[in-house]
Write a protein that binds this ligand. Structure first.
Ligand code: GAP
Length: 458
């Protein structure tokens, strides 16, 4: 069930803890643009690194590239974006608001009392018309039609137009893929649901080139691989709905598309599309550029245009899904027996922005502080840490719970004087390791911290 209050809480937490801020906030913001703060930028980077590693490091049949945002306008003519990358737009002549025609039932008229556009007495909606979503700018000093360039609305086209260069320089053979992560821009009519539909966002796209006749099998292969990947970053299969997109809703060049939809608090919505794009893109670019983009199959001794399977994921939507999945409020009892609500982000350790909080029990005991700094220097080269010596230890744990830090390490008097009980009784240089989700604590020698933590962070 969609729960809007959860989304309000997540949005507030993101601002309070420095995950995500409204762009240009001090000037009233800019609709559809967001800035990632310290924790958000690290979370986003960890997710992108995890994707990049899964694609280009753990497999030997995918190479990476990093294309420019600005491309020759001919690319967008050939791909069909200039003519057809548009949404149906409806204007209200009374209040001047604009709506996506297909989203009218879930949009709100800005006039009070707020209703659906068209339902208020004064509403005067136009017929839908096509609105191209590509942002335009000019390359060079002259603002003429010849200098017009677009901010790319997807990263994929750079891969298609560099297919031959990558093939020739990487010595790959079909089937193989080219992966890319980068910014994309769409002048969305109605940016909404926090970062879900933005005007500036990032994509993680793979174009996987295959032999004609094998596209359907590879589409199913990628469906499974992508579900496994989401599981590895903490989004369970059960929360992802697989939509086998019916032909009537697919792009005309796609023979099969799966949408992976996540149960966001505002409803089940698309996280990623996995599309079998046939040989459409390479054929179009070959025709329009006049440059051969065929592949010579040495085994079959024949030339053909490869077919493409494209898993295309949104970075920002993945960050949002990870935040929604991790967000949890639970009632706990503190050391004095008082009940309180604990807010915790249960991030998978591999994507958590900070891996370990380091806490000297008291900040006015120099020996505790020195030992805590020693532990910090031991861990810092291997993981993101956060040193915190201010406030009661319980409050410090809560702060890290809210930031999603999976481990807390406390340096206490037993560290200096020797453990009081348990298998390490009498041993100095031990610390407590607190686990965020269970809140369980165990005592460990400082010397085994790295060996214990590193395997848990992969
Ligand atoms: N190359 C194929 C392509 O771009 P798409 O379904 O239009 O396909 C792929 O976009 C993914 O990019 C989406 O599944 C979504 O995660 C992300 N995305 C698209 N538009 C977005 C927007 N306005 N804001 C945030 N993410 C967006």
């Amino acid at each position: 069930m969609a729960d809007p209050t959860v989304m309000d809480k997540i949005t507030a937490l993101c601002k309070r803890r420095g995950f995500i801020f409204q762009s240009s906030e001090i000037y009233g913001g800019l609709n559809g643009a967001w800035d990632y703060g310290p924790l958000g930028a690290q979370l986003k980077k960890n997710i992108k690194d995890h994707w990049w590693r899964a694609m280009t490091q753990l497999r030997d049949d995918i190479v990476g590239m990093d294309g420019a945002i600005l491309m020759n306008r001919a690319v967008w003519r050939a791909s069909g974006h200039e003519a057809t990358f548009s949404d149906p737009l409806v204007d209200c002549k009374t209040c001047k608001a604009r709506f996506r025609a297909d989203q009218i039932p879930t949009s709100a008229c800005p006039q009070k009392p707020s209703k659906c556009p068209g339902q208020g007495g004064a509403c005067d909606l136009t017929e839908p018309r096509s609105f191209n979503l590509m942002f335009k700018t000019h390359a060079g000093a002259v603002e003429s039609d010849e200098n017009l360039v677009y901010l790319r609305p997807e990263t994929a086209q750079a891969i298609f137009v560099q297919f031959k260069n990558v093939l020739d320089t990487s010595r790959q053979k079909l089937p193989f893929g080219i992966a890319q992560i980068g910014k994309a821009f769409r002048n969305e009519i109605n940016p909404r649901n926090f970062t879900f539909r933005s005007r500036e966002f990032e994509q993680m796209e793979l174009e996987f080139f295959v032999k004609p006749g094998t596209g359907f099998e590879w589409t199913d292969h990628w469906l499974e691989q992508r579900l496994l990947w989401y599981e590895s970053i903490g989004i369970p299969r059960a929360k992802i709905h697989i939509l086998d997109v019916p032909e009537s809703d697919r792009a005309f060049y796609s023979k099969k598309t799966y949408d992976l939809e996540y149960e966001f608090p505002f409803g089940v919505q698309e996280l990623e599309g996995i599309a079998y794009r046939t040989d459409y893109d390479l054929t179009r670019h070959q025709e329009a550029s006049g440059k051969p983009l065929e592949y010579f199959d040495e085994e079959a001794k024949e030339k053909y245009i490869p077919h493409v399977v494209e898993p295309s994921a949104g970075v920002d939507r993945t960050v949002l899904a990870v935040l929604c999945e991790a967000f949890c409020e639970e009632e706990v009892t503190d050391e004095k027996g008082n009940k309180e609500t604990r807010t915790v982000l249960r991030f998978a350790p591999c994507v958590a922005p900070v891996k370990a909080g380091i806490f000297p029990l008291l900040k006015n005991k120099p020996e505790l502080v020195a030992k805590a700094r020693e532990v910090e220097s031991l861990l810092r080269p291997h993981m993101a840490t956060f040193y915190d010596e201010s406030g009661a230890i319980g409050r410090r744990y809560r702060r890290q719970d809210e930031a999603g830090t999976p481990f807390g390490i406390t340096i206490d008097f037993e560290t200096l004087e020797g453990a009081k009980e348990g298998p390490l009784a009498g041993q100095k240089d031990t610390v407590t390791l607190r686990h965020r989700d269970s809140m369980k604590q165990e005592r460990l020698p400082i010397g085994s911290l790295l060996g214990t933590l590193l395997p848990l962070l992969r």
